[in-house]
Ligand binder design. Structure first.
Ligand SMILES: NC(=O)c1ccc[n+]([C@@H]2O[C@H](COP(=O)([O-])OP(=O)(O)OC[C@H]3O[C@@H](n4cnc5c(N)ncnc54)[C@H](OP(=O)(O)O)[C@@H]3O)[C@@H](O)[C@H]2O)c1
Length: 333
């Protein structure tokens, strides 16, 4: 494995992290035996940067991870997130009618205790506001997060899907170590102002969904997703967008074949090539995919190949929105 620094800190994080969400939330059925084996395999591969959130399965994801985290605490840099809440206590996705966002200091105090209890640890390495709450000044949210650092409950703080203006304001209250936002060849919103801001402030960009939620595998069958699979809610899973993206990914897979790698590896290599300040966290619940994804750090892209990849993206522009309207309304505050 190769390692990259978290923001301006000396923390060395695996250049390929592990997104744990799909292990029991959003992406259909999973098997806890294979989940645990995947977490253990991550340790073998030197993948030390694990990502979860309190909303994933309404706490169940943190509880699952704790089983491997607790006996290996020193080997893992654990990131979790707070803010999404459920009106009826039943876990839903970020754009669902029963989901709302709460970035208030009062909620942060409660949320952190719940995450610490479920993870069964004393300190969270990286604690993100899962979104910026448009109804709470960002200075108040980050002020409360900074209090958690003073209390020793959290080591570093991060934001997710925040606007450049919020990142700048937040960073005046407490250093922001990381911004976690969606980034892949199919979701390039962060290019431009967001990346310019994180680079000026030496904040790492942590791309989530770097495989476009599995599309870059070129084997994801959108027609056979489980009924409750979150990807059914995405505009890009349907109609002309789904067709456009299938063609895009098929061309991308041809390039991967020329490179002797899988399309998923090529997608991760492309993200890694965008800068040393970028640490993607591909999600998987299988050892096989984890191993494959770890291999992406060995692949190098020439300028000519990067241009070819851009040309493929330009050829198929009708990719569709990366979120439903409801979920999209929650980003970039
Ligand atoms: N901050 C936020 O708002 C936010 C939002 C979404 C996600 N996240 C975090 O980011 C992490 C990663 O994002 P994501 O999981 O949504 O999307 P992703 O990493 O783009 O894709 C995950 C999907 O790709 C499949 N996959 C992974 N490696 C593969 C390979 N080598 N070959 C074939 N298929 C492969 C997985 O299959 P299997 O599941 O079958 O292994 C899963 O369906 C999440 O786990 C979560 O921790 C954060």
């Amino acid at each position: 494995m190769q390692y990259r620094n978290l923001g301006k800190t000396n923390e060395r994080l695996s250049a390929i992290g592990l997104g744990c969400m799909g292990m029991n939330f959003a992406y259909g059925p999973a098997d806890d035996k294979e989940n645990i084996a995947t977490l253990e395999k991550a340790l073998d591969l030197g993948i030390n940067f694990w990502d979860t959130a309190d909303m994933y399965g309404n706490g169940a994801n943190e509880e699952l991870i704790s089983k491997v985290l607790v006996p290996n605490r020193e080997k893992i840099f654990i990131a979790t997130k707070f803010g999404f809440r459920f009106k009826d206590g039943v876990a839903g996705h970020s754009g669902a009618a029963n989901t709302f966002f709460d970035g208030s200091p009062a909620w942060i105090k409660i949320a952190v205790e719940q995450s610490l209890r479920r993870l069964r640890i004393d300190t969270i390495d990286l604690y993100y506001a899962h979104r910026v709450d448009p109804n709470v000044p960002i200075e108040e949210t980050v002020g409360a997060m900074a209090d958690l650092v003073k209390e020793g409950k959290v080591r570093y703080i991060g934001l997710s899907e925040a606007s450049p203006a919020s990142i700048i304001k937040a960073n005046t209250i407490h250093p922001i170590a990381a911004l976690q936002s969606e980034y892949s060849l199919l979701a390039r919103d962060v290019e431009g102002e967001v990346l310019k801001t994180t680079r000026e402030l030496q904040i790492s960009l942590i791309p989530y969904a770097p495989l476009a939620r599995g599309l870059f595998s070129n084997v994801l069958d959108l027609n056979s997703l489980a009924e409750d699979d979150f990807r059914r809610t995405l505009p890009r899973s349907h109609g002309e967008h789904a067709e456009n993206n299938a063609r895009l990914v098929a061309d991308f897979a041809l390039l991967a074949k020329d490179k002797n790698c899988t399309p998923a590896q090529l997608a991760l290599t492309w993200v890694l090539a965008q800068g040393d300040d970028i640490i993607p966290i591909p999600g998987t619940k299988r050892r096989k995919y984890l191993e494959e994804n770890a291999g992406a750090v060995e692949i190098k892209l020439t300028d000519q190949e990067l241009a070819l990849i851009d040309a493929i993206a330009a050829k198929y522009p009708n990719i569709g929105a990366r979120y439903s309207e409801g979920a999209m309304a929650m980003v970039n505050h």
